[in-house]
Design a protein around this ligand. Structure first.
Ligand code: NAD
Length: 348
């Protein structure tokens, strides 16, 4: 039978992506809702066939403990609320899927991991790109050295935002600006495709003076990461440019390019290979699958088979440690070495 999910927070991501994706899952199904808005929840519950007794407010959230149809709590709230709801969810004895960024600090991530360990429940961070077929294929080509050793990566994830009143532009709710929200995809996907951890970062930060969007959080972060193999990754993110989400990996004998790399759909993977003085370009066509469904079915499979998730809490913690180093470098104008011990393997 399918694993039951309680979705917490009925904002854009939940309503537009996660709930529709749950309907197409093989191993997962929606069984409960948690929201601060009774009217909205009533409408959503009717649409997805959720009974009134499986609808909870933030105050009655802890009563999920007694709902036998709920195996997983999926947290889709503003970043600064993740920790509280993960810890309370773990105490209710449920497995936890938590949206990215995992929290607003590495300290919070450690508390979340400890709470889930203490409650003997699984914790997974929703890094959907790690379940997306084109990105997985690129990782495989890279790790098999199909194009020789990788040397350089250029990655950027940018978009334009408009509403300074939104929680994404409030430091206490978001934790930061473009970096933890969308730059995180460059950071996390680079680590995923290379399968190694950065040893040093160097960063520049910028916000347009006087722009009300950026009085609390940064507009732009541009940073480099140095990896043990010698690979240097140049990454950038901006909240104030036309949408662009792409990366390219330059290898000894060719390159791999991913357009729409971090988008919900439309990934395009192309490669070039040196053949003497010529080059041969190729597009690697793969069928589109719903990333959100793949991600949730992965977690459900881990629960059914008692396996460690591919993107456990430790994976989120590592990104927060790296983001803290990136902010420190931007602030001090100096490269920052990563000296912490990484728990290996990060991925299950
Ligand atoms: P959103 O603003 O559309 O939704 C947030 C929801 O939280 C709203 O329904 C809001 O009412 C509710 N909420 C509860 N308490 C709140 C409070 N104190 N202040 C503000 N809102 C409160 O945001 P979203 O885009 O759905 O993002 C939610 C989470 O999902 C974030 O952590 C975000 O980073 C993540 N996200 C992930 C992806 C992805 O592709 N994996 C995409 C978008 C968002």
């Amino acid at each position: 039978s399918r694993v039951g999910y309680a979705v917490v927070g009925l904002g854009h991501l939940a309503l537009e992506e996660v709930l529709p994706a749950l309907s197409s899952c093989e191993k997962s199904k929606l069984t409960a809702l948690v929201s601060g808005s009774p009217e909205k929840m009533k409408k959503v519950a009717a649409q997805y066939g959720i009974k009134p007794e499986s609808c909870y407010s933030y105050e009655t959230y802890d009563q999920l403990k007694n709902n036998q149809e709920v195996d997983v709590i999926y947290i889709i709230l503003p970043n600064a609320l993740h920790k509280e709801y993960v810890v309370r969810g773990a105490k209710a004895g449920k497995h936890i899927l938590c949206e990215k960024p995992m929290a607003v600090s590495s300290k919070e991530c450690k508390e979340m991991i400890a709470a889930c360990n203490a409650a003997k429940v699984k914790l997974m961070v929703a890094y959907r790109i790690q379940y997306q077929p084109h990105n997985r294929k690129l990782r495989e080509l890279l790790q098999n050295k199909t194009f020789g050793a990788p040397k350089l990566i250029e990655a950027s994830n940018s978009q334009s935002s408009a509403n300074p009143a939104h929680w994404r532009h409030k430091k206490t709710l978001a934790g930061g600006g473009a970096l933890p929200d969308i730059g995180l995809y460059c950071l996390n996907t680079n680590r995923f495709i290379l399968g190694e951890e950065p040893t040093e970062v160097f960063a520049y930060q910028y916000s347009t003076p006087g722009n009300p969007l950026f009085t609390e959080v940064e507009e732009l972060m541009s940073w480099q990461m140095r990896f043990p193999s010698g690979v240097i990754a140049s990454c950038a993110t901006d909240y104030n440019v036309h949408e662009s989400r792409r990366y390219r990996v330059l290898c000894e004998k060719g390159w791999l390019n991913m357009d729409k790399a971090y988008a919900y759909k439309g990934q395009k993977l192309s490669t070039a290979r040196a053949e003497g003085k010529m080059e041969r370009q190729e597009e690697i066509g793969l069928s589109e699958t719903n990333q959100f469904a793949a991600e949730m079915d992965h977690f459900s499979d881990c629960i059914l088979k008692n396996k460690r998730p591919f993107t456990p809490g430790e994976e989120g913690l590592q990104d927060h440690i790296l983001m803290e180093a990136i902010y420190e470098s931007a602030r001090t104008g100096k490269p920052v070495k990563l000296t912490h011990k990484v728990t290996q393997p990060l991925r299950g």
